[in-house]
Design a protein around this ligand. Structure first.
Ligand code: HEM
Length: 233
């Protein structure tokens, strides 16, 4: 029988659902505003009930997205500071070595495969790309949300600049999610046709051994130590 390991907590799974649905709403309501001159954008805006509703939806989802991001970052900092979580998502020198080792493996110049812990360098890159992208869209989105307030303290030229940065960062984030994330979650041979782990929280023992061997070794060591202490008692 297949053994399953809990990889994601309930809080992490709920956070993923929130970010996923808000990102989808923001893309569906934001991108047609950026490309308003195209026929497809006009059709989408009409289909969603007109430009006023689309703008309202985008602003409401933007505020919720800001709250979710703020809660995520403050909770993560709190968990690390109280020792209830470690810095497994922080990039280290080993990640650069792993990237080079993997590149050589895929180019067929080496048989050596990198061994990963809880998160590999691609997952860390994707996470920090999302955090940085979120900080940019939130900061520029706030400028677009409160232009008069911003212009009272800062140069007015900041508002068209924020609009350009907001739209372009949003487009880049959308393309990264479509191309990179969909490949990793659906099309990669390791998980095809669908990686369910972020919804169920569970990953099979085989996948852990294959994708995160260093973390799996730590889990086994912890299990061994626990069973030894029960035995001593
Ligand atoms: C990943 C998330 C987001 C995406 C994909 C996105 C996408 C977009 C796009 C493509 C535009 C059109 C820009 C243009 O016309 O050149 C836009 C406009 C706008 N966005 Fe966002 N956005 C996101 C997050 C946010 C957030 C977090 C906020 C608020 C804090 C926000 C507030 C606004 C505002 C106020 C506008 C101007 C349109 C209006 O006046 O209603 N957006 N967004």
């Amino acid at each position: 029988m297949t053994e399953y390991v809990t990889r994601f907590t309930l809080r992490q799974r709920l956070e993923h659902i929130c970010v996923m649905s808000l990102f989808l709403t923001l893309s569906l309501t934001g991108l047609p505003q950026k490309f308003y001159q195209s026929g497809w954008a006009e059709t989408m805006i009409l289909w969603m009930g007109g430009i006023d509703r689309v703008r309202w939806l985008h602003r409401a989802a933007g505020i919720l997205f800001t709250l979710v991001t703020f809660t995520h970052l403050t909770t993560a900092i709190g968990l690390v500071m109280t020792g209830r979580s470690n810095l497994s998502l922080v990039p280290t020198r080993q990640d650069f070595t792993d990237a080079i080792v993997t590149l050589k493996y895929y180019l067929g110049t080496s048989d050596l495969k990198a061994k990963f812990g809880r998160f590999d360098y691609r997952q860390k890159f994707e996470y920090w790309g999302l955090v940085l992208g979120a900080v940019i869209v939130i900061a520029t989105g706030m400028v677009l949300l409160f232009p008069l307030l911003v212009a009272r303290f800062l140069p007015g030229a900041l508002i068209p600049a924020a609009k350009l940065a907001h739209g372009n960062e949003a487009l880049m984030a959308f393309l990264v999610v479509i191309l990179w994330h969909i490949y990793n979650a659906h099309l990669s041979p390791d998980v095809f046709p669908f990686d369910t782990s972020i919804f169920t929280g569970k990953v099979s023992r085989e996948r852990m051994e294959h994708e995160h061997p260093l973390e799996w070794a730590e889990i086994e060591e912890r299990r061994r130590r626990r069973s030894r202490s029960v035995w001593v008692k």
